[in-house]
Design a protein around this ligand. Structure first.
Ligand code: ZN
Length: 314
């Protein structure tokens, strides 16, 4: 099952705004309503043609229904046809073979109608029926989590292909924590485990630097695995290895540099994480500190690149 959530059908046709009914716009502005339908599939059904307007959805401008937006009139017209064709749903929804609107219906993924209500409603009444249907269906995957998984898996794949393992691991660990038994979450866990051999390969590179006497390179290479592979076993083993090296006399001249490299990495990762979370202010603070305190660090050029994406161009 893709998401295991109920369907909410909204049919606002012949809506009359009066004192008790409220407005259609109220639904889209209601935070509880938006939160409830994140755990459902929202279907707008209407048997009217409204004309088109332009709307930007997910960054792409397209033609949409002038009255409801989001979708074309042909889509919301088709929805009623689909409902009429689904005999199991239609017999519960229709009165004497006709659909009375306005109408609100919740349906389980198995096509069981949970609740049908007619006439103008306020948002809380519809929120309550969505919650009841969610209870009937059991735990589901929210639409926002589904989209986060879809985008995150793609992003992590690109980062891993570009050998940016630490960024890929951070994204995949976040996605793997989403609760539930859904395919994209299992994919995130699988993609994460698939990075373990990459960590082992990098450890071998660090080991050969160490045995050829390049202690400075060995320390930072091993430290990259220790800090960049999350909770994977390679990270734990690399941390143990770098800790052992730090105690050896050969490493002594390089320990101050290692300490500075770690401090710079922490600031870079803080900035990158905050930027991904949409916290531009926190990202700028961390990255500006990186550029200021560690102008020559290997993380600083990438820190500058991220900063350029965060600061408004003058
Ligand atoms: Zn329309």
């Amino acid at each position: 099952m893709l998401r295991n959530v109920p369907v909410l059908v909204l049919d606002f046709d012949s809506w009359a705004t009066n004192n008790s009914g409220g407005t259609i716009a109220e639904f889209y502005e209601d935070a509880d309503f938006r939160k409830a339908v994140d755990g459902a599939v929202l279907i707008l059904a209407s048997q009217e043609e409204h004309g088109t307007k332009r709307q930007t959805i997910d960054g792409v401008e397209r033609n949409v229904c002038q009255t409801y937006g989001g979708t074309l009139c042909t889509d919301h017209l088709r929805m009623l046809t689909e409902i009429s064709r689904d005999a199991k749903v239609f017999e519960k929804v229709a009165k004497d073979g006709a659909i009375i609107s306005p109408m609100f219906v919740t349906i389980t993924p198995a096509h069981e109608v949970v609740t049908v209500i007619h006439h103008e409603q306020r948002a809380p009444a519809v929120v309550a029926m969505v919650k009841e249907a969610q209870k009937r269906v059991g735990n589901g995957l929210a639409r926002s989590d589904y989209l986060r998984l879809k985008r995150g898996l793609d992003e992590a794949k690109q980062l891993a292909n570009a050998s940016d393992y630490s960024a890929a691991v951070e994204i995949l660990e976040e996605l793997a924590r989403i609760p539930g038994d859904y395919k994209p979450i299992a994919t995130a866990r699988g993609d994460l485990d698939a990075l373990e051999p990459r960590g082992r390969e990098l450890m071998k590179v660090a080991e050969s630097s160490w045995s050829s006497g390049d202690c400075a390179a060995a320390l930072t290479q091993m430290d990259d695995v220790a800090t960049g592979f999350g909770k994977l076993a390679a990270a734990r083993d690399a941390a143990a290895r770098v800790a052992a090296w730090e105690k050896s006399p050969e490493a002594k001249p390089f320990l101050a540099n290692l300490k500075a490299d770690r401090a710079a990495r922490i600031l870079f990762v803080q900035g990158r994480t905050a930027r991904r979370a949409g916290d531009a202010k926190r990202a700028v603070t961390a990255l500006e500190k990186l550029v200021h305190d560690f102008p020559k660090s290997r993380f600083t050029p990438r820190g500058r690149e991220l900063l350029a994406t965060l600061k408004p161009k003058k």
